[in-house]
Design a protein. Structure first.
Length: 226
């Protein structure tokens, strides 16, 4: 059954061929692959040590794979592309709330509901810099615990595929374009930042790229100067 589904789906075939080509590229540059794997391990250790367990989180721009770093009681999934939300495989360890919308809509919800922490994983680079800075400040004022941001280090070019398909073979490529680049200095009081070099070695369409770093930034409300 799996083979029939795979070979009957052109998008899946393209993804498979790209993955095969990327493995070949990695074999040509094994040191890059080692650094990439080390960077991913470093990320997992950092979030394990620095992300607090809370009861209610808001996962903005979650795509079809929401964050599962912690196990909240209530998990808001916010995304402007409805098919992503519909594709999420919900687990039974939390109460899921799906909202079709962007970061601005998410802040409207935060003004009405008690949200402990907000996750912005691969999100802020998809909006204009000034708007992102304004929304970060607004979000800081609305949460009670943490904001977790993950984004490329500096600007990383990312555009749409010609057929409108994203890395999952869905029609969400128009939401994947990068519009801004971020540095550790862009985060102010209450923020801690870590640089993860060599984190990105493929783009959103699974094409090999020159190794590019990433930033993990975590805002702790309790650390803000009074």
């Amino acid at each position: 059954m799996y083979s029939e589904n795979l070979y009957g789906n052109k998008s899946m075939i393209k993804m498979y061929l790209k993955l095969k080509r990327n493995v070949y590229d990695a074999m040509k540059y094994p040191f890059n692959l080692v650094l990439n794997k080390t960077s991913h391990l470093y990320y997992r250790i950092l979030v394990k040590l620095n992300v607090n367990n809370v009861s209610t989180i808001m996962d903005i721009g979650c795509g079809k794979i929401p964050e599962k770093i912690i196990r909240p009681k209530i998990h808001y999934c916010i995304d402007p592309y409805l098919p992503y939300l519909q594709a999420i495989q919900k687990t039974n360890d939390r109460f899921w709330i799906m909202v079709e919308g962007d970061w601005r809509i998410a802040t409207d919800i935060m003004k009405k509901e008690q949200i402990n922490s907000v996750f912005l994983i691969d999100v802020i680079e998809h909006i204009d810099k000034q708007e992102g800075e304004n929304l970060l400040k607004l979000t800081e004022s609305l949460i009670s615990d943490q904001i977790i941001v993950f984004t490329p280090l500096g600007y990383l070019h990312q555009s749409c595929s010609k057929d409108g398909k994203d890395g999952w073979g869905m029609d969400g490529a128009t939401f994947q374009q990068h519009k801004s680049g971020w540095e550790p200095s862009d985060f102010g009081d209450g923020w801690k930042t870590w640089i993860l070099p060599y984190y990105h070695i493929v783009d959103n369409l699974n094409n090999s790229i020159k190794p590019h770093g990433a930033i993990l930034a975590i805002y702790n409300k309790k650390d803000v100067r009074k």
